[in-house]
Design a protein around this ligand. Structure first.
Ligand code: NAI
Length: 341
């Protein structure tokens, strides 16, 4: 069928004109695959509000027309288009600068992220085949779980297509950082807006390793037990939400926020804004594992520099060693899946 194109209404007089002309920011097309889902909808809203976005392409296998129509009425710069069928993937993806992928099924109570593997791995694989075909130069922000495996799957698909650029593939671990900042601020009684905490490793259970020894502002009031409790709460943050939602899914609103923060950082990097640093799960030589989350400097081509881990406490060193087995096997599982049939 025809694309469900919706363009924004006339700009409101209350909003500065420069938002609508080519303005101070270059044209940037952002695509969301899985845009009608629990994460997809609020993420579509947040990306529509981002003045760095000139074109917002929303895709899902169901319900996109309504989401696109709804979001398109917001009087901000981005022109919105909604697409609902696989045969439209070409139109969806062509010319995109960033593709964000929250497509797939979320966890229910009692499930690990790895339990999602069989369904989501297939979805991610087919979407990445389309990305390789229609927008091989776009930055890919992978949200679909298990991120520890879906990122290696994407890499393998791109390698097979001959389009792989390790600087352009990101596992979105920003929600772990968002949680670590919130929980730390609460416990250390410091203003949350000033808090920074790197989170490294991967994006599931013990592979999530927050480095509270590097947290700023420094706090002298936190003892070893507090740090352990904060670490555990950050690692189990997703499960906290899954249990509270009691069968209705996993984090969507905080995830949409985190996804929007990460995509905004990628856009700024593409636009040449200096010193944009976020944690992300990327192809890496920081450890012996082929993929690892750490601080990454973003630039005009995606990853500009992968930063090292910095000094670790003994507790963090232990955590780093004990996460490697699980992370390694999740990576291998993804690689194996991508290369079968
Ligand atoms: P949801 O079920 O509410 O939404 C998923 C959407 O994907 C649905 O609208 C569905 O129609 C769509 N979809 C399914 N197959 C598709 C395909 N082939 N192409 C395009 N769209 C397709 O799930 P929710 O809560 O939005 O979660 C999405 C994913 O994000 C899950 O895998 C979840 O585990 C993951 N997630 C990741 C987090 C992270 O920190 N990286 C945090 C929270 C969730």
């Amino acid at each position: 069928g025809a694309a469900l194109r919706r363009s924004t209404t006339e700009p409101s007089r209350l909003v500065s004109r420069s938002c609508y002309s080519s303005g101070p920011h270059p044209e940037r097309k952002v695509v969301i695959l899985g845009a009608a889902g629990g994460i997809g909808q609020p993420l579509s809203l947040l990306m529509k509000l981002n003045p760095l976005v000139s074109s917002l392409s929303l895709y899902d296998i169901a319900n996109t027309p309504g989401v696109a129509a709804d979001v398109s009425h917001i009087n901000s710069r981005a022109q919105v288009a909604g697409y609902a069928g696989e045969e439209q993937l070409g139109q969806v993806l062509e010319g995109s600068d960033i593709v964000i992928i929250p497509a797939g099924v979320p966890r229910k109570p009692g499930m690990t992220r790895d339990d999602l593997f069989n369904i989501n791995a297939g979805i991610v694989k087919s979407l990445c085949v389309a990305i390789a075909k229609y927008c091989p130069n776009a930055l890919v922000n992978m949200i679909s779980n298990p991120v520890n495996s879906t990122v290696p799957i994407a890499a393998e698909v791109f390698k097979k297509a001959g389009t792989y650029d390790e600087k352009k593939l990101f596992g979105v671990t920003t929600l772990d950082v968002v949680r670590a900042k919130t929980f730390y601020a609460e416990k250390a009684k410091v203003p949350v807006a000033e808090v920074n905490v790197p989170v490294v490793g991967g994006h599931a259970g013990i592979t999530i390793l927050p480095l509270f020894s590097q947290a700023t502002p420094k706090s002298n009031s936190l003892g070893d037990e507090d740090i352990k409790a904060l670490t555990k709460r950050t690692q189990d943050g997703g499960t906290e939400v899954v249990e509270a939602k009691a069968g209705k899914g996993s984090a969507t609103l905080s995830m949409a926020y985190a996804g929007a923060v990460f995509a905004d950082a990628c856009l700024k990097g593409l636009n040449g804004v200096p010193d944009i640093v976020e944690c992300s799960y990327v192809q890496s030589t920081v450890t012996e594992l082929p993929f690892f989350a750490s601080k990454v400097r973003l630039g005009k081509n995606g990853v500009e520099e992968i930063l090292g881990l910095g000094p670790l406490s003994d507790y963090e060193k232990e955590g780093l060693e004990s996460l490697k087995t699980e992370l390694k096997s999740s990576i291998e599982k993804g690689v194996k899946f991508a290369n079968q049939s």
